[in-house]
Design a protein around this ligand. Structure first.
Ligand code: CDP
Length: 217
């Protein structure tokens, strides 16, 4: 069974690209960030302090999380729309610093690796969750380009400014790369793609070509 991991910073396009590749190959898709976002959303809704790890672990143990046709369901409630807010992303990044929380979510993520294959995106998919994946991509782009992309995604539904988004992205990059546990980090086991000047389709094509060339080695 093949596993393709796509790790990278916020708004590098990894989710869109991973989903398209999974569709092309007929593989399963796991958006690991959505798991951290769900935990963050409930933490915020239930007014739990981000330092109250025991309460967060209890909520993880008691929630039933399902991904169905692009929607995220928690205890049968569709929470998809609430997940994309920047405040939820920031809280996800804060909660994700904790090693016990990360370990509690490991098995759930690994269960997605079933036939015929898996495409997954996040921060530690190639480093921690699936270190032996067939193809490990590190997808990045400059902060300004990523902020513009996130702004285009969010401007229709939420009152946001490009400056605020850029500041959030820079703060989240810092928190995600500097944390002690499973930081977002490039090493030579990854193939680095900077897609500043590439369209989504070009990025997908690039990864499919890399996959095909691996098959021919
Ligand atoms: O979509 P975007 O790249 O902005 O974020 P995301 O993938 O939804 O992830 C939200 C936050 O969850 C990140 O900033 C990370 O701190 C955390 N995360 C993580 O720690 N490990 C993962 N495998 C995925 C996300």
């Amino acid at each position: 069974m093949q596993i393709i991991t796509i790790d990278g910073p916020a708004s590098s396009g990894k989710g869109t690209v991973a989903k398209l590749i999974a569709k092309k190959l007929g593989f399963h898709y796991l958006e690991s960030g959505a798991i951290y976002r769900v935990v963050a959303l409930i933490t915020i809704k239930e007014a739990i302090d981000s330092s109250d790890i025991d309460s967060i672990l209890t909520l993880i143990d008691n929630m039933e999380l399902r991904f169905i046709d692009g929607s995220v369901l928690v205890d049968n409630l569709d929470v998809t729309d609430g997940l994309r807010a920047e405040a939820v992303g920031m809280m996800a990044s804060t909660v994700a610093k904790n090693d016990v929380i990360r370990k509690r979510l490991l098995d759930f993520q690994r269960e997605f690796a079933t036939e015929p294959g898996l495409v997954t995106d996040g921060r530690d998919m190639g480093s921690v969750v699936f270190p032996n994946a067939h193809l490990k991509i590190f997808l990045t782009a400059s902060p300004t380009v990523r902020a513009k992309r996130r702004y285009e995604q969010l401007k229709h539904n939420i009152n946001v400014s490009l400056d605020n988004i850029l500041a959030d992205i820079i703060a989240r990059d810092k928190q995600d790369t500097e944390r002690a546990n499973a930081p977002l980090k490039y090493d030579s086991s990854f193939i680095l793609i900077d897609n500043d000047n590439m369209t989504i389709d070009e990025t997908v094509q690039c990864i499919i070509s890399l996959l095909n060339s691996k098959h021919n080695i």
